[in-house]
Design a protein around this ligand. Sequence first.
Ligand code: PLP
Length: 464
Amino acid sequence: MNMITNHMPTAELQRLDAAHHFHPFTDKAGLAAKGARVITRGEGVWLTDSEGHRIIDGMAGLWCVNIGYGRKELAQVAARQMEELAYYNTFFQTTHVPAIALAAEIAKLAPGNLNHVFFAGSGSEANDTNIRLVRRYWDVMGKPWRKTIIARWNGYHGSTMGGGSLGGMKPIHAHGGKIDGIEHIDQPYWWGEGGDMSEEEFGLARAQELEKKILEVGPDNVAAFIGEPVQGAGGVIIPPATYWPEIQRICDKYGILLIADEVITGFGRTGNWFGSQTFGIRPHIMTIAKGLSSGYAPIGGSIVCDEVADVVGGAGEFFHGYTYSGHPVACAVALENLRIMQDEKIVEHVRDVAHPYLKERWEALTDHPMVGEAKLVGLMGSIALTPNKAKRAKFASEAGTVGYKTRERCFANNLIMRHVGDRMIIAPPLVIKPEEIDVLIERARKSLDEAYRIVRDEGLWAEA
Ligand SMILES: *Cc1c(COP(=O)(O)O)cnc(C)c1O
């Protein structure tokens, strides 16, 4: 197909990209040799690249474009806000209407007494805010020794020094180190680490690691626990049903602040407004970003409960903030996104239409010889690739080899589906329609078939 393009040939764009654009989470030299895929347009759940391919985006960008691409209302709101008041800060006793309106709207949507929003520019920044908030809280409470924050191995909380340290990804810690006072416990990943335990037993056992860690650190030294309701970047690890109630019980017992990192699970992803509602978590603080603006503008924040806000807010100035905390354009865009989410009943669409439809087709992928489990919560799904389903075996090849080959086939088949090690994951835009789910599943199955043949042909079909 000949496309009329208004930009340079792809090869020239790739050359310039390799020369000057230092990509995040990318092997720079490796990408330079290969050339990046150039995305040029987005419409609904569809992307177009510079070669004219129509790609179905099974990842909603980076888990964020929840209302889909190309919504003109958001562009119009941004233009209007830029004309009226492009920027003003929220430091030094000033405010503006977009920040006021968005904070009030978030407080309305958030459960319980989560009524106060501290704005940041991203999820990573918001988690850095959380570190300072919880430590400051305990300072004001007269317990400055309560500094330790407990998180999980293979959790993801962003890539700043604070966010990367809260996260439990060793390759991230290896690049630049880790800040002090953060401890990690094991993740509730039953399929990969559950051994002979039932899912229920394993969920409890992994939650009880929190209690062990609290006792090891000393209950009076622990400030907070942070976790994603469902681990996203770690491979869409949907915890056993027993996990979160036990975590909640332990946090309550020791009076530890609970932070739910809802950067992915917030704003409808799990079929409720927040993942905490899906899993019965009562956090003191929620981290938000991504779906807050559906990725149309960079914005994140911390939704803080009355008690923490009163304590930290009632003790003089909190020496913390970002130039772009509550950026008016980002706030206006996020507010319009939340209006559309509500007017078009997108959370209900996830719960009543898209989730049930995708669940049936996604779980049916377990009939594929290479698929060991296929799980879905709301519109967050994962597949474990395995050479032996009964034993939940890992491949003998280095972790991620088979996953990468599968992702390559997805790429070739114009489906964006990510791999995390040898798990395949999806998180499509929340507006995905049943007929688009059919396309996603058809391309996923084709890619799995092709990858399976390649794995067999290359002698990789072997158990660890
Ligand atoms: C993406 C993500 C973050 C970091 O958000 P950024 O906007 O990339 O800084 C934090 N926590 C979770 C759970 C995420 O998925």
